[in-house]
Design a protein around this ligand. Structure first.
Ligand code: HSE
Length: 672
């Protein structure tokens, strides 16, 4: 198979915050992706290998090997920073029009994986049968299994670790010192530091093999004086590498190896490893001084259900390249043990997430470990901002995300209501169901958006837009749809209720309480939307539309906020046996339906009087069932996300109902 090149569309945003432009990836693929897309074997290569895995791992990959092109679609991509066709320090820097050399940015294992992810998407791959890697190939495979846990069914790690060890870093530093000690290092030519590179390789080899391996292969018999086998072997190996590699790529790739730490920005290593969902097999190699047995054991201890096999070998770390017959036997047994009662994995539904704020992060969190749905892409406004916990590569364009083939459902959770309107409309027009929490956008555009959704026979769902975790819209839809609703009255803004409670119960000033609500993530980016009553008003418009099918524009609603309410007012009301609450009221009268939002004195015995802090409550009064009150968390990331997830479940079950109906109808047609 010949090498292919994939040119990345757009810039590669690196973990360091730097950006690489004009990035390309060289890769090999063997065999064909099957119709169900479940025969992909993705190989991550180690330090100085290339994408031609049939060449360098021929004991495992080949026409008649365990991994073969008749059964599998095998992909191996050359890693970022390597000189075998992927962008590397000798590549042209588009800014200077010269090679990067030492201007190449710092790159990490996660950067390598995010580039792999782009290639995966380009190749139309949505699942891996197996992701396999040894050494720093194992670093990549492990990172990937943490970044996209639902992507791979099996994970095979050979001679690797969760964090590169001080011992490993010391070896790499020694190699870099050898390169840097070469007088031609840093002069700006591809042939710089060749002698340094040879010495570096000689040092590196000592960590890949061990005394036993040298005894076996380099012993001098009979013992000469000088010109020892081991000496010429070291020099030969150094020269061999120098003929196929360059000092700059080697220097950067050893740094990349040192960067490996799955725990970075993820709490700790154990927590990171607990995210892996794949069926995992780990191979450790006897006498591997670079990746110790203890390090492989740590992986097995913290990856759920992982199995560890220690391979007997005389070749230490290099055992993964040499002991391929024994590896094949163990791998076959591993697959067989799972295929006994294997359940077919359903093709997962792809979610496009727009926005990664308080609620976006919580939604992402709640979906991360699922296999039936997968967040395929996330669109954010500022790609340079640190996205704590975000494992998918972020996109700068929501439109690009909406039109991707692997995105089936859009979850829109941004702040800007105008932008949100355009994204939601565009998604609905493209026939993709949408979940949104954007109450302002909905309050202005609900009738139009609902009409598009109905026309296209898809769903627009927005439970999270009103009263956070409380399932009020679903309750109106399903439970009260046949009742005559007299009124809906509620505390539907968490921030203002939080402020009023804090002022009254904790004697906080208005400003302090507002600041606290902001810190807790309840408040809108522009808190005037909360305190002036707009947020409650938007929610009331949505409630009215749901309950009565009647749309009232926000401009027509009478509204007042809480900014003028003092601690004294709150205390005085209490003395009168009353409590001040910001209430949103939707009421039917003989003149039609009316909406109002204002601070209201209610008796202490009123069902809404005891609703404190960010808790919301909605009271529904109907001719048939009198008064029903729903109470729950009205704001905050996780509670609001729970309503988004509930909407998602409804869309998923609608989808499967449609599937089931189709199956039922077909046999009847055949019978006629
Ligand atoms: N700012 C809103 C509130 C967030 O405080 O209720 C939830 O819509």
């Amino acid at each position: 198979m010949s090498k292919k090149i994939f040119q990345l569309n757009g810039a590669l945003h690196l973990e360091s915050g730097e950006v690489l432009n004009d990035v390309q990836i060289a890769y090999h693929s063997y065999g064909e992706l099957n119709a169900s897309g479940d025969n992909v074997i993705w190989v991550c290569h180690a330090l100085t290998a290339n994408s031609d895995v049939f060449d360098w791992w021929s004991g495992l990959f080949g026409e008649s090997q365990l991994y073969n092109p008749q059964e599998h679609f095998i992909v191996c991509a050359n890693i970022l920073g390597s000189p075998y066709g992927t962008t590397n320090p000798l590549s042209r820097n588009p800014e200077s029009d010269k090679s990067y050399y030492l201007d190449f940015p710092q790159i990490t294992v996660r950067d390598v994986v995010s580039l792999h992810q782009s290639l995966r998407i380009h190749l139309g791959i949505t699942q891996f049968h197996t992701l396999i890697g040894a050494s720093i190939g194992g670093h990549q495979a492990l990172e990937w299994a943490i970044m996209e846990p639902g992507l791979m069914e099996h994970l095979v790690l050979l001679g690797t670790n969760a964090v590169h060890s001080p011992w490993g870093i010391a070896f790499n530093e020694s190699q870099r010192m050898a390169i840097e000690a070469d007088g031609s290092w840093g002069r700006g030519s591809k042939d710089d530091a060749r002698a340094g590179l040879e010495a570096a390789r000689s040092i590196g080899l000592l960590s890949y093999r061990n005394a036993k391996a040298y005894d076996r292969t380099q012993r001098d018999e009979p013992r000469r004086l000088g010109n020892y086998n081991a000496s010429s072997y070291q020099r030969y190996q150094g020269q061999k590498l120098s003929r196929r590699f360059d000092a700059y790529s080697y220097w950067y790739l050893t740094h990349l190896m040192d960067s490996h730490d799955v725990g970075r920005d993820r709490g700790d290593i154990r927590h990171a490893l607990s995210r892996v969902r794949a069926r995992t097999l780990i191979f450790s190699f006897e006498g591997d001084y670079l990746f110790s047995q203890a390090e492989n054991q740590l992986l097995a201890d913290h990856i759920a259900g992982a199995r560890l096999i220690t391979m007997a070998t005389d070749f230490g770390h290099d055992g993964f390249l040499i002991e391929t017959d024994a590896l094949t036997i163990s791998l076959r047994a591993f697959y067989k043990s799972y295929s006994m009662n294997q359940q077919k994995i359903n093709k997962s539904t792809g979610i496009g997430l727009i926005g990664y704020g308080v609620v976006g992060q919580a939604v992402y969190d709640q979906l991360r470990d699922r296999r039936d749905v997968r967040v395929t892409a996330v669109a954010v406004k500022d790609l340079t901002k640190d996205r704590n916990g975000l494992l998918q590569p972020a996109l700068g364009s929501a439109y690009e995300l909406i039109s991707r083939d692997d995105v089936d459902i859009i979850i829109e959770l941004i702040d800007d209501s105008e932008e949100a309107y355009h994204y939601v409309k565009s998604a609905l027009l493209q026939g993709k169901s949408v979940i949104t929490a954007n109450k302002k956008m909905l309050a202005y555009h609900l009738p139009e958006l609902e009409a598009i959704a109905t026309r296209n026979n898809i769903s627009l769902r927005y439970e999270a837009s009103v009263a956070g975790a409380i399932p009020i819209l679903d309750t109106l839809d399903r439970h009260f749809s046949q009742q005559s609703i007299n009124s809906i009255q509620g505390i539907v803004n968490g921030s203002t209720n939080y402020i009023l409670s804090s002022m009254r119960l904790e004697s906080m000033s208005y400003e302090e309480a507002l600041l606290k609500a902001q810190q807790l993530g309840f408040a809108e980016s522009d808190p005037r939307l909360d305190v002036d009553g707009y947020d409650a008003l938007y929610k009331a418009v949505i409630l009215c539309y749901k309950a009565y099918g009647h749309y009232i524009s926000p401009e027509q609603v009478s509204r007042d906020g809480i900014a003028k309410i003092s601690k004294h007012d709150l205390g005085a009301a209490e003395l009168n046996g009353e409590r001040i609450k910001l209430l949103a009221t939707v009421e039917r009268s003989s003149q039609g339906v009316n909406i109002e939002v204002r601070p209201t004195n209610i008796p202490l015995t009123h069902p809404l009087a005891s609703v404190e802090y960010e808790t919301n409550a909605v009271m529904i009064n109907t001719a048939q069932s009198d008064t029903t009150v729903l109470i729950g968390k009205g704001a905050g990331g996780q509670p609001t996300a729970s309503s988004v997830i509930s909407d998602l479940q409804k869309i998923l079950s609608e989808k499967s109902e449609v599937g089931a109906q189709t199956e039922k109808v077909q046999p009847d047609l055949v019978a006629i």
